[in-house]
Write a protein that binds this ligand. Structure first.
Ligand code: CMC
Length: 427
């Protein structure tokens, strides 16, 4: 294998080192390209660009493999807990029982929000989207927790990381409570991370709330499936925001804003809305035809992925979890049958086969979340809650990376060249 790439540009040859990771494609290190040639690279959407080094998560999109610190997502989803995965992503290794216990205690101790933040919520309109509330409240945390915004202090970085992971369920549950006009519930630290979130969301102060063990398990698994996903758009946003030295709360708020879009985290909400719009399996061909029509902007939501050109391994677990939740709650939903049939039809259609479009994590998640009782508007907020673990771990990795610089892409300028100002009277 060559360890140098040669480039010939305008009659001048230059060489670039080729770097290898532990697994996955090599990368051509083009940091000296501009100095050597005066040219930039052009890669809108970063389809061929590695923006950083990372030891957190690996995806083989062709094989449908997702590893966190080397562990396959299927094994983590089956055998571990969200807190364990959070520890793994932050620290690099699976915790011992003692380490996990200490970590859970630390996270639990940070679950409460500054009381004044309850007033902050009341500034939002009642019909505000939970993601709008999440962006605002998480950004506002930096105004409340000044003692953990110094990014150069490892201790403060750690406290900020724990605070963000711990407070996110409280923030998301409060966004939900506010939208339905029910009182906020304080965290109950005798419950698990996920059990506590379910109680703060669905409990009311007037009654005892029993966490359903199967729902708690399914929810915890959904959090695991969303915990991290390499250099996706929101994670790259967090890294870019953080590269300027911005505080962690501001960076995570930026990640939440990016996640909201329907091409990213907003797809779970859009996928369930689409399944409802399709309604019954007999209407599937109509929607498949629309998805294939170049003149129609409609896309099958929950289908396709920039990296996976095979079945998203998270979708496999998600589909299985739908059945578990239905069995545990003794419910069913015709929308699930529509989803299964849609998948079957699409996977046998040459358009989807040739373009390698498979169900992604968002295709089935909405069906489960809706069975648990979440309104569609909360789906992306749940994604944000879980992804906070990945964002925080990636942000910490970036801050301690010796190669880290402020992210500052260049451009291919296509506007007018220099011209003289034209006075108003001459236009
Ligand atoms: N339905 C119909 N056609 C599709 C779809 C789809 N869902 N996704 C991609 N295509 C077509 C697209 O039209 C294009 O065709 P052509 O080459 O003829 O122009 C081709 O497949 C490649 O698509 P692309 O948009 O160039 O691919 P991308 O890597 O830029 O986009 C994506 C990836 C996820 C944004 C896209 O597949 C999509 O919009 N999917 C629906 C939204 C969705 O489910 N997003 C969740 C992603 S997973 C969760 C997460 O990580 O946030």
């Amino acid at each position: 294998m060559t360890d140098t790439a040669e480039l010939s540009l305008a009659g001048k040859n230059s060489e670039y080192p080729v770097l290898s990771g532990t697994v996955g494609p090599d990368v051509v290190d083009i940091r000296k390209l501009y100095g050597a040639t005066g040219a930039f690279t052009y890669d809108p959407g970063f389809t061929s660009t590695a923006s950083c080094r990372s030891a957190l998560t690996y995806i083989d999109g062709d094989e449908g493999v997702l590893l966190h610190r080397g562990y396959p997502i299927g094994e983590l989803a089956e055998q571990s807990s969200f807190m364990e995965v959070a520890y793994l992503l932050l620290n690099g290794e699976l915790p011992s029982a003692d380490e996990l216990g200490k970590f859970e205690t630390t996270i639990t101790r940070h679950t409460m929000l500054h009381e004044q933040l309850a007033t902050f919520y009341r500034g939002f309109r009642r019909d505000a989207h939970p993601m709008a509330v999440m962006c605002g409240v998480v950004g506002a945390l930096s105004a409340f927790y000044h003692d953990s915004t110094d990014i150069h202090d490892p201790q403060q970085r750690m406290i900020a990381s724990h605070r963000l992971i711990a407070k996110m369920p409280t923030i998301a549950a409060m966004a939900y409570k506010y939208s339905v006009g029910q009182p906020f519930l304080y965290p109950d630290n005798s419950l698990s991370y996920t059990g506590n979130f379910l109680r703060m969301t669905f409990g009311v102060p007037a009654e005892q709330y029993e966490v359903h063990p199967a729902v708690e398990k399914a929810m915890d698994r959904i959090f695991i499936l969303h915990a991290d996903h390499e250099q996706n758009a929101s994670t790259s946003t967090v890294r870019l925001a953080g590269s300027s030295g911005a505080n962690p709360f501001a960076c995570i708020a930026a990640g939440i804003a990016c996640l909201w879009g329907p091409a990213h985290g907003g797809a779970n909400e859009a996928a369930l809305n689409m399944l409802h719009e399709i309604g019954t399996p007999d209407r599937i061909p109509e929607f498949i035809a629309r998805a294939k029509d170049k003149n129609d902007p409609f896309r099958l939501m929950g289908f396709g992925h920039r990296v996976y050109k095979n079945y998203d391994p998270r979708a496999t677990v998600m589909q299985k979890t739908v059945r578990e939740v239905f069995d545990a709650l003794k419910v069913s939903d015709p929308v699930f049958e529509t989803a299964l049939r849609l998948e079957e039809i699409a996977l046998n259609d040459s358009y989807f086969v040739e373009k390698k479009l498979f169900p992604n994590v968002d295709f089935y998640s909405g069906v489960i979340l809706s069975a648990i009782g979440f309104p569609t508007s909360m789906f992306t907020a749940l994604f944000a809650l879980a992804r906070t673990v990945g964002w925080v771990a990636q942000w910490n990795e970036m801050i301690t990376d010796p190669d880290q610089k402020i992210g500052r892409p260049r451009q291919l300028y296509t506007g007018p060249t220099q011209r003289s100002y034209v006075p108003m009277s001459k236009r």
